[in-house]
Design a protein. Sequence first.
Length: 333
Amino acid sequence: MKRIAIATIGLLIILLSGCSKPEQFTLSGELTNLRDRGVNAIYYDGSSIQSQPLRLAEGARYKMQGYAPRPVLVTLMLTDGTVAGNIIIKNGDNVKLKTDADAPWLGEVTGSKTTAALYAFMAEHGADDTEALNQAIADYVGAHPGGTESTVLVTNFFHTPDNEVRADSLLRSIKAEARPQTLNAGYQQLLGQQLSADASTQLSSMTFIDKDGKPIRLTPSFYSYSLLAFVEDNRKQIEQLASEIESLPERSERRFHVFELSTAADSARWAMTLSTDSVDRDRIWVPAVLTDSRIQKLRIPSVPFYIVADSLGNQLIRTRSLDKAMSVVRQHI
């Protein structure tokens, strides 16, 4: 009887060691083709970002445990910035992912239907262009509003720039239980900023210092239409802007005006960009564009960024695409 009891206890230990405790999750598998790159498992647990280095055993095997009462997205990030895996997981789950760091979406997933669904979708559509991928995600979300993977597709793979309204609509169409705060908190904040009343507020007059050290007033009412071009100290961006302005038909100064606002890190770097061309526009240095109190209310999400406004200060378009901004300009002048 003792032998039977000992054998039974041993079997239970083996069985339990392969399972996740209810208060934690287990992620394991194999990760090949690392080529001396390290791996960190990163996820947001609802209160903070967790980062855990993976220790790879012989044969590129790994195993980690973590805590997530609600579903989280664990990203396997290599030390060179490459994403080698994305796993939807929560406490009690025991998920295995076997994948190649050079072809992550071809991985084999067990223990998580939502992660398997995510991998199946991205294996089919991951190489699509932006417009096609966005449409495929929209179609998938429409067909799977109760799937947690739908939330991950919208918040991580939907191309949001210039599609904020559509992204917000897609996210809201997903059932509440399938979009936990652990998966969309930061994304909702970003969308909220871009869709807020502040972001679409009328432009008011602002005073800056121009390239000659003189005060310059950015006042939309002085012109029929204005383009605010927020650019980096990137010669290609600036040359593209100058080329687009030069391509416009003859126009009066009152009809259309361009304000180029540079976010160059220092005045010396900004000065280097000033000799690139002689196309007429006001050139302003605003190094802290994302926190500058005069501009902060415009909710500039990143640079480059372009705003076209009319004489009343109404924002006709807010976009990261110069082509889209200039298309609106050409419709009006």
